[in-house]
Design a protein around this ligand. Structure first.
Ligand code: CA
Length: 382
């Protein structure tokens, strides 16, 4: 089954960016953007994939169009892994991190989508079968560094009601050039959230890399007393040893990995002491990479809880993977502004009673409005 065409395009959404998402180019005047790839075969089948949308994801799409698509044309879809490992190593000097690994992630999802359609099977079946067909979500609520305690509580109430969730993570998304900016207020917010939702809610606290080692340990001790379930990215993501030190000195589960772009980087985080890994399906490896990370987590006895902020193709691909993971100890992330995807995609943007359902039609099983997708598309050509 030979590849005949590879198209890349940005899709423009209405409304605001997800806090902390960096999903539009600086000064572009465009709305939030997703970065998509569409691969077509000579038989007329097609598959869709999504790259990380950092600054609109344009760089990943150019790398695909210029350096990867010409190689893929005429190749066999079922050589999937050999093709993508070849491309990763051909382009590795552009950086195995970031734009290049996001490009590979998008191609991987699209190839799985095609393989599922060709075989008449949903992707989760090709991955070995589903342990579950519905996944509970947690409401992931960003931008809280800029809110007062009361403003944060009102936003939490709005989201919990809308998402019908029984789990919440507050993200701070603070100014990245400062650390320990307001530890007292952060602690006040952690206490107020527990008081608002009561002891039955599963709670996570995402520092978005905002603390020093000492600041993180001070906040982490409070989170332990309050019964929070995890403490996410307490220190800078590029300081693996600092992340590991915080993880080893606290009892609460410390998590990281959403800004890691290689399988080897995830291994280093685990070796440093991180006990919950959060790879992002759009940032490296796609479906294949996420399954490999699940195996790595399993081998080390650490938790596997993917980072998930893109509510359309990536969320669907994520659902297929997470359905197939035996030990899944946390709900799935449901980020801010998830509704924006529903103007183009019918599924699986919408949680029902706090749960997302894995599509059971062939491939990823995405249903979407092609006309609306075309209207919102900005093709990327080189
Ligand atoms: Ca995070």
């Amino acid at each position: 089954m030979k590849i005949s065409k590879v198209d890349v395009f940005q899709l423009e959404w209405d409304g605001e960016s997800i806090p902390g998402a960096y999903d539009r180019p600086i000064g572009s005047g465009l709305g939030p953007l997703s970065a998509f790839v569409r691969i077509e075969t000579e038989e007329g089948l097609f598959g869709l994939g999504e790259a990380s949308p950092q600054l609109g994801g344009y760089t990943s799409l150019v790398i695909i169009a210029q350096n990867m698509a010409p190689f893929l044309i005429g190749r066999d879809v079922f050589d999937h892994s050999v093709l993508l490992d070849t491309l990763l190593h051909k382009c590795i000097r552009l950086g195995p991190h970031g734009a290049t690994s996001g490009a590979i992630a998008a191609l991987d999802m699209a190839l799985w989508d095609i393989k599922g359609k060709a075989l008449g099977q949903p992707v989760y079946q090709l991955l070995g079968g589903a342990w579950r067909k519905e996944l509970p979500v947690y409401s992931s609520i960003g931008g809280n560094a800029a809110r007062s305690v009361d403003e944060m509580l009102r936003e939490v109430e709005r989201r919990v009601e809308r998402d019908q969730s029984r789990a919440v993570k507050i993200r701070f998304d603070g100014e990245r050039t400062r650390v320990d900016a307001d530890l007292k207020q952060d602690i006040d917010k952690a206490k107020a959230l527990r008081k608002l939702l009561g002891d039955d809610f599963l709670l996570g606290f995402d520092a978005n890399n905002g603390y020093s080692i000492g600041g993180a340990i001070r906040v982490g001790r409070v989170l332990e007393d309050l019964g929070y379930s995890w403490f996410e990215e307490p220190v800078q993501n590029y300081h693996n040893s600092a992340m590991g030190e915080v993880a080893q000195r606290l009892d609460i589960t410390v998590s990281a990995g959403e800004q890691t772009y290689t399988f080897q980087g995830i291994k280093e985080l685990i070796e440093a002491g991180v006990r919950m890994i959060q790879p992002d399906i759009t940032k490296f490896g796609g479906i294949t990479g996420l399954k490999e990370c699940a195996a790595l987590a399993h081998a080390h006895g650490v938790e596997f809880v993917p980072h998930q902020t893109q509510p359309t193709i990536a969320q669907c691909a994520n659902l297929h993977v997470q359905a197939t993971v035996m030990h899944l100890g946390k709900p799935m992330e449901l980020a801010d502004n998830w509704e924006r995807g529903s103007v183009v995609f019918e599924n699986p943007s919408q949680p029902v009673r706090g749960r997302l359902v894995v599509p059971d039609t062939p491939g990823l099983g995405l249903k979407f409005d092609q006309g609306e997708m075309s209207r919102r598309s900005h093709p990327v050509t080189v």
